[in-house]
Design a protein around this ligand. Structure first.
Ligand SMILES: Cc1ccc(Cn2cc(C(N)=O)ccc2=O)c(C)c1
Length: 322
């Protein structure tokens, strides 16, 4: 095959292996072989710079540091969730939902982890990542595209079919506990900044003006929702939408689960509460959402928070002082 065909084949292979490793947690090749493919691609791009595309797997670590972050206005506000802290107030949420929906059969909820990281918005146009922004105050956020591009788990190009022309994926960037301990250990050695907790470490890593620093931070991402949808249709339940995003190459937590009725939701809450110490990353509760998009739209929002969802927080963990 021609060199250009070899370049295109390498890009397709690298995207496939990134999907297997970061989304399915099922690598098919050793890391060293993945690295070899990456070096081959870098070599061809070095010989043919005119063939380098923005979505190439080699284009993750940005160039020079930014002077400042531009501001992004979210076309659809990124709202915060109401919280409940105990079973009684969760049941009150469940009753409010039932009362508003007239129909009496138990509702199906999509239940997810509430990751303790930083909410981000990823805008894909024609399948390519064109903008990433922090939540900010819900309406105005920071443009952190060059930093988000360094997060290996976030695809630079969506793969698969039925991809809308414009789609805004929302999710949480976080730092696993092992990665957090490693960078603090490194900071103690080098006299760099020591972070108080993984959430601050993730926020600090994303707010770096120099993407080469962000690229060295062990950041992870799970998607949990959608904002703008243009030029395409999505499934009509939240759970099916998440599975669709996963098929396009976006990481979705394996702990996402459908629960029908409040007793199944409470079982989920207690199951995750037990699992919490073994997850390997910080969560501060679970998120319970009405699964049907039509029902979500029926319920709408009150002031700034949706009527159709609530965060269900765990009691604060006593912080061990180190
Ligand atoms: C040197 C090196 C290369 C790649 C990786 C991680 N990784 C592995 C694969 C793989 N095995 O399919 C795919 C993507 C990826 O990001 C590490 C940790 C170290």
């Amino acid at each position: 095959m021609t060199t250009k065909q070899h370049l295109d084949a390498l890009k397709q292979q690298l995207r496939h292996h990134e999907y297997q490793y970061h989304v399915l947690d099922a690598p098919e090749i050793p890391d060293a072989q993945y690295d070899k493919l990456m070096q081959e691609l870098k070599q061809i791009e070095a010989e043919h710079p005119e063939w380098v595309t923005n979505d190439s797997p080699t284009q993750r670590v940005g160039a020079a540091p930014l002077a400042a972050f531009d501001t992004v206005r979210h076309e659809i506000p990124m709202l915060s969730l109401d919280n409940v802290f105990d079973e009684e107030s969760y049941l009150a949420f469940d009753k409010r939902v039932g009362d508003r929906l007239k129909n009496r059969e138990p509702q199906t909820f999509c239940c997810e982890l509430k990751l303790d990281g930083l909410a981000v918005s990823l805008l894909y146009e024609n399948g390519e990542l064109v903008q990433a922004a922090t939540r900010g105050d819900g309406t105005l956020g920071e443009n952190i595209t060059s930093n988000v591009r360094t997060i290996r788990a976030i695809p630079l190009r969506l793969i698969g079919d039925n991809i809308p022309v414009r789609i805004e994926i929302r999710g949480e960037v976080f730092m696993p506990q092992k990665g957090f301990e490693a960078i603090n250990e490194e900071a103690r050695r080098s006299g760099g900044k020591i972070f108080a907790n993984p959430r601050n470490a993730a926020a600090g890593s994303l707010r770096q003006l120099d993407p080469r620093i962000t690229a060295k931070r062990p950041l992870m991402f799970y998607c949990y929702g959608v904002g703008i949808i243009e030029g395409g249709v999505l499934p009509d339940t939240h759970y099916e939408r998440l599975m669709q995003f996963k098929s396009w190459g976006l990481p979705v937590s394996d702990y996402v689960q459908l629960c029908t009725g409040s007793s199944e939701v409470l079982d989920f809450y207690h199951k995750i509460e037990e699992e919490r110490p073994n997850l390997g990353f910080d969560i501060d509760g679970v998120v319970i959402k009405i699964n049907s998009i039509a029902t979500q739209e029926d319920l709408g929002f009150v002031s700034r928070a949706p009527r159709w969802a609530t965060a269900f927080k765990f009691p604060a963990q006593e912080q061990i002082t180190v």
